[in-house]
Design a protein around this ligand. Structure first.
Ligand code: ADP
Ligand code: MG
Length: 356
């Protein structure tokens, strides 16, 4: 097992698409690391380049102490779970799982002992003789996972491992995957376009856009302090409110109210500076009575989230969303006020978070 060190990794496909653009990344030994970003941002390319299935155009990949940039995939000691699992349809479960050991030319007895152990580890007992076509999606996914770990790789790479499962199974498989990774402590990189999945599973997350990393941090860090407007709008089940404002006399005039400039941003923002105020719907209180420093407007939409509701306020020309807890009576078209909790307003200038 080992760390992953990526430096200035670049991949330009024939035809000119720059899928990775001088990307740097460090994944620590035993870490469960998520690559998160919209479709087409380069996540699969990054995984495949680490695995050796794509040749890098430039830059280096190190696994542990070894520079593997020019090594064949079979010599990199990497386990990979593909988005569509890529199981061999004509082989049964055992033969699928044992395949990497056959490639390594281990003897039959050892292969089957280790494959049986991996099958047990992943709860596949009783299914050994079935072919992939005779398995559910969740079972196929676990066969793919067993095959990826059977040779005890240095790192485990998972490309959207949960995206082919239906919603209910996806949650179960997510918990299973987390427990599996915690127990075996593989250095793992998993790709997802689903921010909730990344937040739920990962020790750390890299948020990607256009072949570059826009922020790396723990789930709490990227959720609470998105480094730029791209990450701010990408992370969160309900998107962050992002409202244009202007600095004036130590406050920000924004959407008909004034918010104090956060402490760390004071002194960095001259009067007249245009900013964007970011505040999550979860970090505001809703009131039907006027509140100082609140966004006041009319309720235009109420969406039931189960234990809470997402309320949309029309505030002048802007839209402000606020999560309201169970029990509150929110009437459509009524007046409402949304007050940001202290310390929860982030200011962005030229797209980047203003920090001291
Ligand atoms: P993601 O996994 O984040 O959706 P990909 O790594 O698959 O993104 O793709 C990144 C970019 O590279 C996209 O613009 C995609 O169209 C392009 N791309 C991916 N694979 C190839 C390929 N084999 N040839 C040419 N372009 C490709
Ligand atoms: Mg992909």
């Amino acid at each position: 097992m080992g760390s992953i060190t990526i430096r200035r990794l670049t991949k330009v496909y024939p035809g000119g698409v720059r899928a990775l653009d001088a990307l740097d990344l460090d994944v620590a030994t035993g870490e469960f690391f998520a690559l998160l970003g919209p479709s087409g941002c380069g996540k699969t390319t990054l995984l495949r380049t680490v695995a050796g299935l794509e040749a890098a155009t430039g830059g280096t990949v190190r696994l542990g102490d070894e520079d593997v940039t020019r090594l064949q995939p079979g010599r990199r000691d990497v386990g990979m779970v593909f988005q569509d699992y890529a199981l061999f349809p004509h082989m049964n479960v055992m033969d699928n799982i044992a395949y990497p050991l056959r490639v390594r030319r281990l003897g039959r007895a050892v292969r089957y002992a280790r494959a049986a152990e991996a099958a047990r580890e992943l709860g596949l007992q009783g299914l050994e003789r079935r072919r992939p076509g005779e398995l559910s999606g969740g079972q196929q996914q676990r066969v793919a996972l067993a095959r990826a770990v059977v040779a005890d790789p240095r790192v485990l790479l998972l490309d959207e491992p949960l995206s082919n499962l239906d919603a209910r199974l996806r949650l179960e498989a997510r918990t299973f995957l987390k427990r599996f990774q915690q127990r075996l402590a593989f250095t793992s990189v998993f790709v997802t376009h689903d921010q909730a999945e990344a937040l739920a599973l990962a020790d750390r997350i890299a948020v990607m856009e256009s072949g570059q990393i826009r922020q790396i941090g723990t789930p709490a860090e990227v959720f609470r302090r998105p480094a730029n407007l791209f990450v701010a709008s990408f992370i969160g089940s309900t998107p962050m409110n992002l409202l244009p404002g202007t600095v004036r006399g130590g406050a920000v005039a924004v959407a008909g109210t004034e918010l104090p400039v956060p402490e760390e941003a004071r002194g960095l923002l001259p009067d007249g500076q245009e900013v964007v105020c970011g505040v999550r719907p979860e970090y505001m209180e809703f009131s039907t009575e006027p509140v100082d420093g609140a966004f006041g407007g009319r309720v235009s939409v109420v969406e039931n989230l189960g234990a809470s509701s997402l309320v949309t306020l029309d505030v002048g020309g802007e839209t402000v969303r606020v999560v309201v807890g169970e029990g509150a009576e929110v009437q459509l078209s009524a007046e409402g006020w949304a007050s940001p909790r202290p310390g929860r307003v982030l200011l962005y200038r030229d797209g980047g978070l203003v920090t001291g």
